[in-house]
Write a protein that binds this ligand. Structure first.
Ligand code: MG
Length: 346
């Protein structure tokens, strides 16, 4: 029905020729055919997300930029297949409230959360005791803290098990991605962040565990691919046949191992859990500061080790704010971006 892109006009035009969507929007620039989107800029995202013929909105926007479209879609009663975890981290209260009030529904595309959803579907919320999200550990799992702090962009982008965009790949190397996922899980499944544990699992075969009040633990298992989480977000709670899927083979999966997260190796992850503990606007500030720090690292303006420093300094200066209003969340986001830039320059 509707397709939008940020700035890749050529790829968007190619997809338009293949799928003939009724609506096309380009955030940065105008589309090939003089734009069927009436609105330029980010307004086209909201227009696409609230289009009357749209039933499911797949939000794969990176970062805080995806928030407005998510809120608009949920208020319009749509299902949002959410790959944009930053939205839930920065404005979890607002997003869950928009879903309640508008009759919309959030279904995770994030593989760990899709795994949890598959384990808890059909169970009552009161039966869930704890979640354990798995983390591959990224490319620096076996490196010493000193070497990690000096890692290059190329080294950080070499993810061992998943092929993903640059921002999330750096977030996987710092383990910030997992901190964001802890906060994301607490909002998606209405559990306290203390009930969400993380374990390093280098093979990325088990995507999450769900522990129930009777001590039983279910896990969702499969070779790492985003195809299943995307498909399940579209068909949930139903399952549809996928003839192209690589069949699971326990022998080929080999030995599965698990390790505790070493906080000294992943200080940015520790900062993320601290932001979760504080609640309020702290997660929004953590997320915004991280977006700035990751971009500075990708632009080779700061070292890998400085990402955690910047997060610590921004959280250290976080003031009080209101996480229950959009104005409050956006103010916290802007303040954290300013503080992060300042921290990077000093
Ligand atoms: Mg994930």
């Amino acid at each position: 029905v509707a397709l939008t892109a940020h700035s890749n006009r050529d790829l968007l035009a190619e997809q338009e020729r293949e799928w003939h969507p009724a609506f096309v929007g380009l955030v940065n620039g105008s589309t090939e055919h003089g734009a069927r989107s009436k609105n330029g800029g980010t307004a086209c995202l909201v227009e696409a997300a609230t289009h009357p013929d749209v039933k499911i909105v797949v939000n794969g926007i990176v970062g805080a930029a995806g928030l407005e479209a998510t809120l608009a879609a949920l208020k319009a009663g749509k299902r949002v297949a959410l790959a944009n975890k930053e939205t839930l981290v920065m404005a979890g209260e607002l997003v869950t409230r928009a879903a309640r009030e508008g009759g919309g529904e959030i279904v995770p595309v994030d593989s760990e959360h899709s795994a949890v959803l598959q384990c808890v579907t059909g169970r009552r919320p009161t039966e869930l005791a704890r979640l354990i999200l798995t983390a591959s550990g990224g490319p620096f799992r076996t490196w010493g803290p000193e070497r990690v702090s000096q890692a290059t962009v190329a080294e950080a982008l070499k993810h061992p098990t998943w092929t993903m965009g640059k921002k999330i790949t750096v977030d996987s190397a710092t383990l910030v991605n997992k901190a964001l996922e802890v906060i994301e899980a607490s909002f998606l499944f209405a559990v306290e962040y203390e009930q969400v544990d993380v374990v390093i699992h280098p093979q990325s075969v088990i995507h999450a565990f769900a522990e129930f009040v009777d001590g039983s633990v279910l896990a969702q298992v499969g070779f790492p691919t985003m195809e299943l989480p995307i498909l399940y977000a579209l068909t949930y709670p139903d399952r549809v046949p996928d003839s192209g899927v690589r069949r699971f083979d326990p022998v080929a999966a080999g030995t599965l191992t698990f390790e505790a997260v070493q906080l000294d190796r992943f200080p940015a992850y520790a900062m993320g859990r601290e932001a979760a503990r504080r609640g309020g606007i702290a997660p929004a500030m953590f997320n915004a500061a991280n977006e700035v720090a990751v971009q500075l690292f990708l632009d080779e303006k700061i070292s890998f080790g400085r990402i955690a420093d910047i997060l610590e300094r921004v959280l250290g200066r976080a003031s009080a704010g209101d996480a229950t209003t959009l104005t409050g969340v956006l103010a916290a986001d802007a303040e954290a971006r300013r503080l992060a830039q300042e921290a990077a320059c000093s």
